[in-house]
Design a protein around this ligand. Structure first.
Ligand SMILES: N[C@@H](Cc1ccc(O)cc1)C(=O)O
Length: 510
């Protein structure tokens, strides 16, 4: 393995590994070690043996799900996987983007690499080839209840492996067949267990969860930095982040956020006992208590997500070593559903927190002498200019939309598939909601960051700032000039949003 690859050999992968593969900052390297190949192939050989000897295996010689009582005669068994991905070709909605699609493929291959899915090594190789050439199935986002796994979206991966349906390749939508022909890639006709093994699992929601985790962790740091800027701009009371104050409430993540703000504000020793304003409004005073919830939850989000990522999550589980077929429900995405429902709630709370900070910044009734709407216009021009007024309204809209999406998806279980799947996770909906909440919160953060930088400059002409805050000021100013006279800020916001999505600025150490 080199620094630029992620080795898939059944060992544990991390959220970061998946994000690297999704963003193409590292390439997937499928192990070709003989013992790994043999371990994978052993499952497929055991399935063949079962077929020869016993003739009845769920999902191989029977129909799927509630149709498990329907026997499939041996001469038709080879056709069944094609039927499976074909009848699931009913996804709707927009397609997952390329980053998300790569993540989905990487997560699925890692689950198959656990060696409990009864597939050939060749199948893993085919998926890794697709990733290597960046041939990406077009996967519609809607149609999974998240507990027969992500059957419908993953049917698009299964079909493409077999050379069917459509892919993105070199910036164009093309048929898989055309691309395979051009690159002389042979379609892989799926063996009896292989359709189920690709589709009957949690790869879509888990992939989204990996991407969501990283974005949320960055937003936690960014909203901490924004809080520091807003505190300076509003002449806030730095004593709210006092070390001793936080020592009596021992949530580690919350303590970390308070420490970061303290460092940003360069608070050394005790803050004065009688600051001008003894107690700031909650969106400043309680910022560590809001952001800290996310910081403290990150380790358990990681644990849930990485355990799912490193699991065999299809059905039946093929234990070739002990020659057992284990029928269960590992396609059930309950952990990811709960993690994503929770993550979207804490992230939306960040949007709400900094939306409230923004509301204070622009309002002369609350902003301790800053110009209305943070307009930088002077003299006669001042009355014409409305500065950040519309941006603040937009921030309210984005925040409301984020908050509205926090309704948990996991409580909307529906009995489906003739009551076979009568309890389902809805984890994929939770994960998609979470991604949207992240997008909206990033928009809020982009806007409030630009406004907070403007506010600090309006306030602190000549006043010394900490190195951290100075750095953020100049980093933002590299891209977004001071708002002197009204101008349309869309381009600036979009640029800033992209920098946030790229996690362009490094904000805090561990
Ligand atoms: N998830 C089901 C299998 C299944 C597959 C496709 C379906 O359409 C329905 C059910 C099981 O393993 O029990």
């Amino acid at each position: 393995m080199t620094e630029n690859t992620v080795l898939v050999n059944g060992d544990r992968l991390t959220i970061e590994d998946i994000c690297h593969l999704a963003n193409q900052t590292k390439a997937l390297q499928l192990s070709d070690a003989v013992n790994f190949r043999d371990r994978i192939d052993k499952g497929a050989l055991f399935v063949n043996k079962l077929l020869r000897e016993e003739g009845v295996v769920y999902g191989i010689t029977t129909g799927y799900g509630d149709s498990c009582t329907v026997p499939i005669p041996l001469e038709y068994v080879a056709d069944l996987p094609r039927n499976l991905y074909t009848f699931h070709g009913c996804g709707l909605g927009t397609h997952f983007d390329r980053v998300q699609t790569r993540a989905i493929m990487a997560v699925r291959i890692n689950s198959l690499a656990q060696g409990f899915s009864g597939v050939r090594y060749q199948l893993l190789l085919q998926i890794s080839q697709l990733l290597k050439h960046d041939i990406l199935p077009l996967i519609p986002q809607e149609g999974s209840v998240g507990a027969s796994g992500d059957l419908t979206p993953l049917s698009y991966l299964a079909a493409v492996v077999a050379g069917e349906r459509e892919v993105w390749y070199q910036g164009q939508i093309q048929s898989a067949e055309t691309v395979f022909n051009a690159l002389t890639i042979a379609p892989l006709k799926l063996n009896p267990k292989e359709g189920l093994a690709i589709m009957n699992g949690t790869a879509v929601m888990t992939a989204l969860a990996c991407l969501a985790y990283q974005r949320a962790a960055y937003l936690s740091q960014l909203s901490t930095r924004i809080t520091s800027l807003v505190s300076v701009a509003l002449l806030g009371n730095a004593g709210h982040f006092d070390e001793s104050l936080f020592s009596v409430k021992p949530h580690e993540g919350q303590i970390k956020v308070a420490r970061r703000i303290r460092e940003d504000l360069s608070v050394v020793g005790q803050a004065s006992r009688n600051d001008a304003r003894l107690q700031d409004r909650y969106s400043l005073r309680c910022a560590p208590h809001v952001i800290g919830v996310l910081e403290d939850a990150l380790p358990w989000f990681r644990q849930f997500i990485e355990n799912e990522l490193n699991s065999a999550n299809d059905n039946p589980i093929i234990d070739a070593e002990h020659e057992r077929v284990l029928h269960g429900g590992h396609f059930y995405g309950g952990h990811i559903a709960f993690a994503m429902d929770s993550l979207k709630t804490v992230v939306a709370n960040l949007a709400d927190l900094i939306d409230r900070q923004m509301a204070q910044l622009v309002d002369p009734k609350f902003n301790h002498g800053l110009p209305a709407n943070l307009s930088g216009a002077k003299g006669e021009q001042a009355m014409l200019n409305h500065g950040f007024k519309a941006v603040q309204i937009a921030v309210s809209a984005w925040t409301a939309e984020a908050l509205k999406l926090t309704m948990p998806a996991s409580v909307f279980s529906r009995s489906t598939e003739c009551h076979n799947q009568d309890k389902v996770s809805m984890g994929t909906i939770a994960a998609r909601d979470c991604i949207r909440v992240l997008e909206l919160t990033e928009q809020v953060a982009a806007a409030v960051l630009i406004a907070a930088v403007q506010a600090v400059e309006l306030r602190s002409e000549g006043q010394p700032l900490s190195a951290n805050l100075n750095m953020t000021l100049s980093q933002v100013r590299e891209h977004v000039p001071f708002l002197e006279a009204d101008r349309a800020l869309e381009q600036a916001l979009r640029l800033c949003l992209q920098l946030i999505r790229d996690q362009h600025w490094s904000l805090y150490g561990p």
